[in-house]
Design a protein around this ligand. Structure first.
Ligand code: URA
Length: 248
């Protein structure tokens, strides 16, 4: 018999979600063990001995991991279900049998690179702050940020009582009313890019994620996806940058 492991780890091993997300599902009462809802994090599972259910569907070990890069359109939610009935990103994946879930999130009105997988360990490594996986975004912002404002973001800025890590920024295009910037960060705080630009007085008008590490959309059009290979996954963890840093 396999050795026991914590419920959240078991769910992540079976491809339900990252460990952190699995904890949320447990707290939300969506997980049952042998027919009983479990909301505490201490529950141990011995694979093969107990029956585990997520949203009333039995959880079994996935045979194979799959990694997908989607160019998410605006108007899609990155959760697996939506009480308001808005379209969900997984509805764009036709012919994928595995139960995959997004690695991290993108706002409803943000488009661009979104990874989906059933590999809980990989999802965890991408999301864990210690790995500092970079995410690059193109942001069109209101107005024309001055160099001093850009430098504030480059150095780090106070957001909700905590400094952001230094960001890498390039000004791509200055228009009369808006500016297009490329920004790379390695943290994953909720709505971080929008909050950072808001904090310097230049709200984001539209936002697109261009890359995770060096894994770019590479010609993938909006709403389309591709299945990633091992060599693509290695690019995620590359901390080389995609463009020239402002003032460097
Ligand atoms: N930062 C944001 O503000 N929104 C996103 O969707 C992603 C990063």
């Amino acid at each position: 018999m396999a050795s026991p492991l914590r419920l959240q780890k078991y769910l992540s091993r079976c491809g339900i979600a990252s460990r952190r997300k699995a904890e949320e599902y447990i707290a939300q009462g969506r997980v049952k063990v042998d027919g009983k809802v479990i909301t505490s994090m201490g529950q141990q599972i011995t694979p093969g001995k107990q029956k585990v259910y997520f949203d009333n569907k039995e959880v079994t070990a996935e045979e194979q991991f799959i990694y997908i890069l989607l160019n998410k359109p605006k108007g899609y939610v990155t959760t697996l279900s939506d009480p308001q009935g808005r379209p969900i990103v997984t509805s764009l994946l036709s012919g994928i049998q595995e139960r995959v879930y997004p690695v991290g999130r993108l706002d409803l009105d943000t488009e661009g690179a979104l990874l989906l997988t059933n590999d809980g360990d990989l999802a965890q490594s991408i999301l864990h702050p210690s790995h500092e996986v970079t995410k690059t975004y193109e942001a069109e912002v209101k107005g024309q940020p001055a160099s001093a404002a850009i430098q504030r973001l480059q150095k780090g800025i106070l957001l909700e009582k905590k400094m952001t890590a230094p960001a890498r920024i390039q000004v791509k295009r200055r228009g009369k009313k808006t500016t297009v910037m490329v920004i790379t960060i390695h943290e994953g705080r909720k709505r971080q890019v929008k909050k950072m630009f808001q904090a310097i007085g230049h709200p984001v008008i539209s936002l697109k994620r261009l890359a995770y590490g060096k894994l770019t959309l590479d010609g993938l059009s909006i709403g389309k996806y591709k299945i990633l290979q091992k060599k693509d996954l290695q690019k995620i963890f590359s901390n080389k940058f995609l463009y020239k840093h402002e003032n460097s």
